[in-house]
Each structure stands twice: as C-alpha cells, then as structure tokens.
Design a protein around this ligand. Structure first.
Ligand code: NCD
Length: 342
C-alpha cells in the first residue's frame, strides 16, 4: 500500500504496509491524541456507521475500535458471537459481507478462521479492517505495538532500526507476534530472540520473512542469562487454539515474568510489552502484578495507543485525515483525562 491509496482500502495484512505507509499512520495517530485525551472533540465522522463484527472473544480490540470511531463522531453497530449471527445458519462470509456492508460505511471484523476476514472483504462494498483472523494476522495490533515501540524508543532517545526484541511464549498461535514480526521486518538490523517451547515456536513462514530481510534471529526454549534486549514482548498461551485444554496446560506457567525474573534476564531499560489479556491465574501468572508500577511496563500505554492508531486508520481509510480539526468542538463535561500521560 502506498501513502496515497489508503482511502477506500481494506486493512487485512501488515504485508500491505511499507515504511512510508506505517509512518503516515503514526503521523495521523499523533494528531488524534488531543481528541482521545478529551482536550477537544471532533465530529468529522458524524453520520458514519461502523459495523463492528466480532465472531471471536474480544474486549480491548472490539471496544477500542468502537471507541476510536465514536471519538471521531461516528456511530457503532455491533455483532458479537457466531451463534447469534446468520453464519450459524450456514450463510457464507461473502453473503454476510454483501449484506452488512449495505448497513455500514466501514467494517471491523474478527473471526477464528485464518483468511476469513480477507474472504469477507471480497464481498464487502466498504473498507474492512482485520481485527484478528484466527492464528494468522492482527494488523491493527501490530501497528499499535509498533507505534508504542517507536514512542518508547523516542523516550529513550532512539529509533526502531537496530533494536533487539525478545518475544516470549506462544509464538506459534499468537497472531500478534506474527504480524508484529512482519511489520518489524521492514526496519533495519534488528535482532530477535524468540523464546518458546519447540512445539510453540514461531512459524517458519514468519522466520523466513525476518531472515530474508537480513535480521538476526536466535531461537531458544528458555530464558537464559542476561539479554541485552530493548523490548521484551510477552504473550499468552492461546489456549483456544489448542486441540484440548489439557494440551494448553502443558505450557501454562512456563514463561512467567515477574520483577525477579525481569531483573535477572533483562536490562534496566528493557521495555515490557504484552498484547493483553495477560493470564493472571496462579497457574499461569505470565506477567506478575509486582511489575504493575514498573516504569518500563508499557502494557497500558499499548492499550491507550490502540485507540489513537485505530482512529488514524478510520480517518485514513475514510479519507478524512485532513478534515478532523475542521470539525472540532469544545469538551464541555468534567474530565481530567488530559492530565494522564499516554
Ligand atoms: C490478542 C489477540 O486476541 O490476538 N489480544 C489482543 O488482540 N489485544 C492476544 C491474546 O488474546 O492473547
């Protein structure tokens, strides 16, 4: 995808983004901050309708798509769960898309089957944004993760090129690490340490994208020694993609991160990320609450940034990125949101 062609495009895969397109999304996301922080509001999408179709569990992705659209002044129509939709009656994704795109100006969709959102997009008459298609891709999460990495690096006075990134946990089924790795592959001289049990290792298709782009990759089954990683990206065991809960239980709790483990294996500057939800049950506890106050814990900066990035994607795909401030209004209710640091 090149810079000038966002309007009317589907956002299905990170493969569609080159570095210029990524930077354009980030520049628009920066401009969205005052609206998300309630310093002012905009009604640029007044009258527009988002069809928010989530056929797989989701809290933050679904709500942040909806919130982002509301913050631009648009309305959200939501469908959740497969059993309550006509897909349960055997309707094809094509037909569902054909129908629902008649009711919306843009659609965000999550579905458990790889390739399903792209198949849906073929029947859609409006832009479709992939909110996660099974273990395949999660492009908007990757963009918000990368936006967060860029912001964290800027804070430490650096950039993305040359970073050392550790990814930990379920790298096989975790779609966020697939999309993030492919997006990162477009940068220069990166080092990756991929930590997972062999059975849950990063798919070869993703590794080859990184290798072809000349990045260094180290694959290991354990967190060992001291890693000079700039980013530690922890993931959840994606139990819903295992053949049985017992199978997932074999790996649950293998990759815990708490203050002690973090201090042992990482540097004082290593940024801690996680797409969330973190599995906080005692048997998993993959990202301990004892890190909650750690200044390097970026997980809630990620979720806040997700709104900015999704606002940017809506503005760009609907072609209003330069009109947002023209439709500006005052915020007249009580808010102390603008005092938060995002
Ligand atoms: C992830 C997902 O659903 O792929 N979460 C998210 O979108 N923020 C990761 C997960 O569920 O573990």
């Amino acid at each position: 995808m090149s810079i000038s062609t966002f309007t009317g495009q589907h956002i299905l895969s990170v493969n569609d983004f080159d570095r210029d397109a990524i930077q354009q999304v980030f520049d628009v996301a920066d401009k969205m901050r005052p609206y998300a922080m309630r310093e002012k509001r905009t009604t640029v999408l007044d009258g527009a309708i988002l069809g928010n179709l989530f056929f797989e569990p989701s809290t933050r992705t679904r709500v942040s798509f909806g919130t982002a659209f509301n913050l631009l002044g648009g309305e959200v129509r939501e469908t959740t769960g497969m059993s309550s939709s006509a897909l349960a009656k055997g309707e094809s994704l094509y037909d569902t898309a054909r129908v629902l795109s008649g009711y919306s100006d843009i659609i965000a969709m999550r579905h458990p089957a790889p390739g399903s959102v792209a198949e849906f997009a073929e029947g859609s008459r409006v832009p479709v944004l992939n909110g996660g298609d099974g273990p395949n891709e999660h492009p908007t999460q990757a963009l918000l993760d990368l936006y967060t990495i860029q912001k964290e690096c800027e804070y430490h006075g650096g950039g993305i090129d040359g970073l050392h990134i550790a990814m930990i946990g379920d790298l096989k089924f975790g779609r966020t690490v697939h999309s993030l790795s492919k997006l990162l592959s477009k940068f220069k001289n990166l080092r990756f340490t991929l930590v997972s049990p062999n059975e849950l290792r990063m798919p070869d298709s993703v590794i080859s994208v990184l290798e072809d782009a000349g990045h260094q990759i180290r694959i290991t089954e354990q967190l060992e020694g001291s890693l000079d990683a700039d980013i530690c990206y922890q993931t959840r065991i994606q139990e819903e993609r295992f053949p049985s809960p017992e199978e997932a239980n074999k790996y649950r709790g293998r990759f815990r991160l708490n203050t002690e483990i973090y201090t042992k294996h990482f540097q004082s500057k290593t940024v801690i990320m996680h797409p969330l939800p973190r599995d906080s049950r005692a048997e998993a506890n993959e990202l301990d609450n004892d890190l909650n106050m750690h200044p390097n814990l970026a997980i809630f900066r990620q979720t806040d940034n997700g709104v900015l990035v999704r606002m940017a994607l809506f503005a760009l795909t609907l072609g209003v990125e330069d009109l947002v401030s023209r439709y500006e209004k005052d915020v007249v209710w009580y808010t102390n949101k603008h005092q938060e640091t995002m």
